[in-house]
Design a protein around this ligand. Structure first.
Ligand code: CA
Length: 237
């Protein structure tokens, strides 16, 4: 029997946490709860979770800090569950290395679709499936080298640290170098959302972050190009 995927809920409002946990378990996941940031961080770092649902306003340590500290050690998917509507907070959430966010109040169905998409993408199933179908594990574009076997990226031999989503995005663009994708296509292929739930700005934020890591000058990108009126593509060399 397949092991159940395990989710950690970090949420100080115990009623919300319990309702979430109840619904998540009903969908066939295991789950644990933490009610403050410090405990959440310590539990997340045990490495026993497949996904973290992270509130932002938390006692002892806020969600942003928890997220940053988790990212030093782990690529586990993190979904921010936020009561803050402001766009900049959402973006900041992504800049700290979170994979996704939902804004309270949210429907459980929406959250579930995000949980499933993030676990599916992070488990490496997609990447392994691609690697198996296509045994040439490396992609070289200009000074950029993607080693799919070891799941690493280097530029001129220097390692580049990427989050799971940014890596997936880069691999997709690199495997299809020269082909432009719309933001909606990228959202669907990399994040696993249909456009009903997706926010295409998520793609722009990820592209900007990726550019800041691989481009010499983000204002004049040489790798990840904007195709006006369409979306993005990786420049074929
Ligand atoms: Ca809270």
């Amino acid at each position: 029997m397949e092991n159940k995927k395990k989710i950690l809920i970090v949420e100080d409002e115990k009623n919300i946490a319990m309702v979430l946990a109840y619904n998540i378990k009903k969908e066939g996941f295991d789950c644990d709860m933490a009610h403050d940031g410090e405990t959440g961080l310590a539990m997340a770092l045990t490495g026993s979770y497949d996904l973290i649902l992270l509130d932002i306003m938390l006692p002892k340590m806020n969600g942003f800090e928890v997220c940053e500290k988790i990212r030093y050690k782990s690529q586990v998917p993190i979904i921010f569950v936020t009561a803050k509507e402001e766009e900049k907070d959402k973006i900041f959430g992504l800049e700290t290395g979170a994979d996704d966010y939902v804004t309270k109040p949210f429907s459980f169905r929406e959250l579930l679709s995000r949980i499933r998409a993030n676990i599916r993408r992070s488990s490496g199933e997609v990447i392994r499936a691609q690697a198996a179908a296509q045994p040439s594990a490396g992609i070289v574009i200009g000074e950029l080298e993607i080693d799919q076997e070891h799941y690493s990226v280097t530029k001129s031999g220097e390692p580049i640290e990427l989050s799971k989503k940014d890596y997936d995005l880069l691999v997709l663009l690199a495997e299809n170098a020269g082909k432009a994708f719309t933001r909606e296509e990228l959202l669907e292929k990399v994040w696993g959302y249909d456009d009903y739930y997706g926010d295409i700005r998520t793609v722009d934020v990820a592209v900007n972050r990726l550019r800041s890591k691989i481009e010499k000058d983000t204002a004049k990108p040489e790798y990840i190009m904007t195709k006006r009126g369409v979306g993005y593509y990786l420049c074929a060399r």
